[in-house]
Design a protein around this ligand. Structure first.
Ligand SMILES: NC(=O)c1ccc[n+]([C@@H]2O[C@H](COP(=O)([O-])OP(=O)(O)OC[C@H]3O[C@@H](n4cnc5c(N)ncnc54)[C@H](OP(=O)(O)O)[C@@H]3O)[C@@H](O)[C@H]2O)c1
Length: 208
């Protein structure tokens, strides 16, 4: 099991996930393009317990890497540095392209990349306020989409640990997490999300 979580981007999403993962007992490495006292202060206050390290160290030492950087920067990453890890691409193209679409993750189809799409449809404030212990009747669902079943299962375990019910989908249905998709910004239970996924499935969609 991939126990060490690496997070690229110590902004709103990255620090929120780091905080929940630390609370769940995970070892968390976080790295950002910014360095210096301000980012150190942000991580030590908002995501206390996560270790702020350099980008290369984080990428080399993490079993799962969460991309929490602008979508427009993902294509600049060196795929070779990601090839040993499961990569969660949580980035949303719409923020940078004003709704114009998305050709999908720039990492899609890169050899050796174990790509999973998850967290894209949940705002960071909602992550912080909706997280609930396992078994809570009010748990919120988070989708986990990939054709790599083993990677998807590991990310589902992570989502569970963060305080959410994972809903696993194949890659063809990753579009459901899009900014204009049916899950975005909605608080859904696992049953509600699964039903919505079944009702929304379209065999020809593969947009992200
Ligand atoms: N915010 C949310 O609620 C939310 C929810 C779901 C998904 N997302 C997605 O998650 C991504 C991050 O969103 P955010 O709101 O957390 O953004 P944010 O607060 O602006 O944080 C992004 C951080 O990543 C840093 N960064 C940029 N390029 C980098 C690189 N190549 N390597 C390392 N660090 C880099 C940024 O540094 P600089 O400021 O110096 O560039 C910034 O500190 C976006 O793609 C967004 O669509 C966000």
């Amino acid at each position: 099991m991939g126990e060490r979580l690496g997070i690229l981007g110590a902004g709103k999403l990255g620090t929120a996930v780091a905080r929940l993962a630390v609370e769940a007992g995970r070892e968390v490495l976080i790295a950002d393009a910014r360095t210096g006292p301000m980012i150190e202060l942000i991580v030590s206050t908002v995501a206390a317990g996560a270790r702020l390290v350099g980008v290369d160290e984080m990428l080399a030492s993490s079993d799962i890497v969460l991309l929490a950087i602008p979508y427009s920067r993902v294509g600049e990453l060196d795929p070779d540095k990601l090839a040993h890890a499961i990569v969660i691409d949580a980035t949303n193209p719409w923020l940078e392209s004003d709704g114009a679409n998305p050709a999908g993750s720039p990492l899609r189809g890169r050899p050796g990349i174990r790509l999973v799409r998850s967290l894209n449809h949940v705002a960071y404030e909602e992550l912080m306020s909706y997280a609930q212990p396992a078994g809570s009747p009010f748990r919120t669902a988070i989708a986990v989409a990939s054709d790599d079943a083993a990677a998807r299962a590991e990310v589902a375990v992570l989502v569970e640990a963060l305080g959410f019910d994972p809903v696993e989908l194949d890659d063809r249905n990753a579009w459901l997490l899009d900014a204009n998709g049916p899950f975005f910004g909605r608080r859904l239970s696992k049953a509600e999300m699964s039903a919505l996924a079944s009702a929304s499935r379209r065999a020809d969609r593969l947009t992200w």
